[in-house]
Write a protein that binds this ligand. Structure first.
Ligand SMILES: Cc1cc2nc3c(=O)[nH]c(=O)nc-3n(C[C@H](O)[C@H](O)[C@H](O)COP(=O)(O)OP(=O)(O)OC[C@H]3O[C@@H](n4cnc5c(N)ncnc54)[C@H](O)[C@@H]3O)c2cc1C
Length: 303
């Protein structure tokens, strides 16, 4: 069995963390070839342990063109599995590949039991579904937070590929990237998240100060994002990012099921809330019933 792993890239560089974690998830299936767009990203992918070969492609990694490229590789290369991390890019590309191959997409896989059998969460993480696929090629996205990143090793050999004609259905116009200097939310060891309890964008500075003191990333509930207290790429939950840090601190967050879907696999959960009946306390390892406007500055000063 040979797996084709589609690497995530940004500005020509490899987004290493999800690729390294996906390699750990896929290792039991056999050889893993990594498809990376751009020479620099391909060279970075080749240094990860568990990569048998890197296929270097050129062009913009837009889903329409990339899906055609993957399709031609699968047809030529005899791959049994095509995988990517369940990031925005992975989720935009792999269902297209599955449809072009006329097979099912298997999304958000959390465990690979054998070549045909996979586990994935359903109902906002409240049930684990075990699915068996009879498709000739399994196309899956991986929820990578539960897997340790592969070490560096290699280097693996790099083959350059000839891409099929770009269908030219889409073009890249611009990127708007927020650069904060903080760790990336989905791979941070510590995440401090704020909810509606913060009450305003200005008050969100309390969350940012605590996160910076702990060297962590900043997260938010959807209510905080919808109210304009925090940017939308900070949202944690079912319709935001899924995180599993060593420490998750939820501040002024009630713990709605859709929020828990994005953070309940964190190793240690701390909740600060004035309502002792808030559902967040049911998943918290440590909880403090408090006024966050007093407790958070005190906590920040003491760590
Ligand atoms: C289809 C769908 C998808 C969704 N996806 C997501 C998602 O991805 N992520 C997500 O987060 N939500 C999501 N939601 C929304 C979710 O249902 C909740 O509405 C949201 O999580 C609530 O956010 P919150 O906890 O910040 O706000 P609230 O539920 O309003 O909670 C605010 C909390 O702050 C506390 N508080 C207020 N003031 C203070 C104070 N001074 N000191 C201490 N505590 C205080 C209150 O006691 C309360 O518990 C989704 C909903 C739907 C329907």
């Amino acid at each position: 069995m040979t797996v084709l792993l589609i690497a995530e890239t940004a500005q020509g560089r490899l987004v290493a963390d999800p690729v390294a974690r996906a390699l750990t998830a896929l290792a039991p299936l056999g050889d893993v070839h990594v498809l990376a767009v751009g020479a620099e990203a391909a060279a970075e992918a080749a240094t990860l342990s568990g990569v048998t070969k890197v296929l270097q492609a050129e062009g913009a990694p837009l889903p329409e063109a990339l899906a055609n490229l993957i399709l031609s590789e699968v047809k030529a290369g005899g791959y049994t599995h095509v995988a990517a991390a369940a990031t925005t890019a992975g989720k935009a590309t792999l269902p297209r590949v599955a449809a072009l191959l006329d097979v099912m997409i298997i999304p958000d896989v959390t465990a690979i039991l054998d070549a045909d059998t996979f586990e994935r969460p359903a109902y906002a993480g409240n049930a684990v579904q075990r699915v068996r696929s009879g498709d000739a090629v399994k196309v899956l996205t991986l929820r990578t937070t539960g897997f340790a990143p592969a070490e560096t090793g290699g280097p693996a050999p790099i083959d350059t590929m000839t891409a099929p004609a770009d269908p030219a259905l889409s073009t890249w116009v611009e990127d708007r990237i927020e650069s904060t200097g903080r760790p990336e939310l989905t791979s941070a060891g510590v995440v401090v998240s704020g909810g509606r309890g913060l009450g305003s964008e200005e008050n969100f500075a309390l969350i940012v100060a605590l996160a910076d003191k702990l060297g962590g990333a900043v997260g938010a509930s959807r209510a905080a994002v919808d109210a304009g207290y925090a940017p939308n790429d900070w949202q944690v939950g079912q319709t935001g990012k899924v995180v599993a840090p060593d420490l998750y601190i939820a501040v002024g967050i009630s713990g709605a099921i859709q929020h828990l879907a994005g953070m309940k696999d964190s190793k240690v959960i701390v909740a600060l809330n004035k309502d002792e009946d808030a559902p967040i306390f049911q998943v918290a390892d440590y909880g403090l019933v408090c006024d966050i406007f007093e407790a958070v500055p005190e906590l920040t000063a003491k760590v």
